[in-house]
Structure formats: structure tokens, C-alpha cells
Write a new protein. Structure first.
Length: 90
């Protein structure tokens, strides 16, 4: 459960900035994605984010990302770090 606003990553090339915020229980995920490669890889970026959130058991959160061409492994790492920070576990 996301308890506070948290973030991870940068706006540098080949990175992704991920911000998570709490949401009311039962409201689900609110995902906003901005990416310089969205036309080509938007579906994949969203799928990796949603899969990572599901693996972390995050069901209710506001998630905003700004992608600069990050690889899937970087996306997963940044999402997990932001979530852990938002849960007060890091």
C-alpha cells in the first residue's frame, strides 16, 4: 500500500522518472505515461509498469511516469524503488 508520495529515476536520456502517490482504497490504478518513444513502445512501457505493480501487490495508486527511452529492466527497477519508498520500506 502506498502511504506517501515517492519517486525514483531521472529525466536523463535512457532513464525514466516514476512518481507514485496514495489513492483511496478500491479506486484502482491511475497511470499517466509520457514518453519520447510512446508511439513505438507505449503499450510495452505500460505493460511493464502494470506487471511490476501487480508483482508488488499495488492495486490502488496514482502513478505518473516520464520516460526518456528506458529499457524494461530500468522501468521495473524505478517502479519498484518508488513503490518501496512510498511504502516506507526503504
Amino acid at each position: 500500500m502506498i502511504r506517501k508520495k515517492a519517486w525514483a529515476g531521472t529525466l536523463e536520456s535512457s532513464d525514466i522518472y516514476v512518481e507514485v502517490s496514495p489513492a483511496e482504497p478500491g479506486t484502482g490504478l491511475e497511470l499517466t505515461v509520457q514518453s519520447v518513444v510512446y508511439a513505438q513502445f507505449g503499450d510495452q512501457i505500460e505493460a511493464v509498469i502494470r506487471e511490476t505493480l501487480r508483482d508488488l501487490h499495488v492495486t490502488d495508486a496514482k502513478v505518473s511516469v516520464s520516460d526518456r527511452g528506458a529499457l524494461d529492466c530500468t522501468i521495473r527497477a524505478r517502479v519498484e524503488t518508488a513503490v518501496r519508498r512510498g511504502e516506507d520500506e526503504v
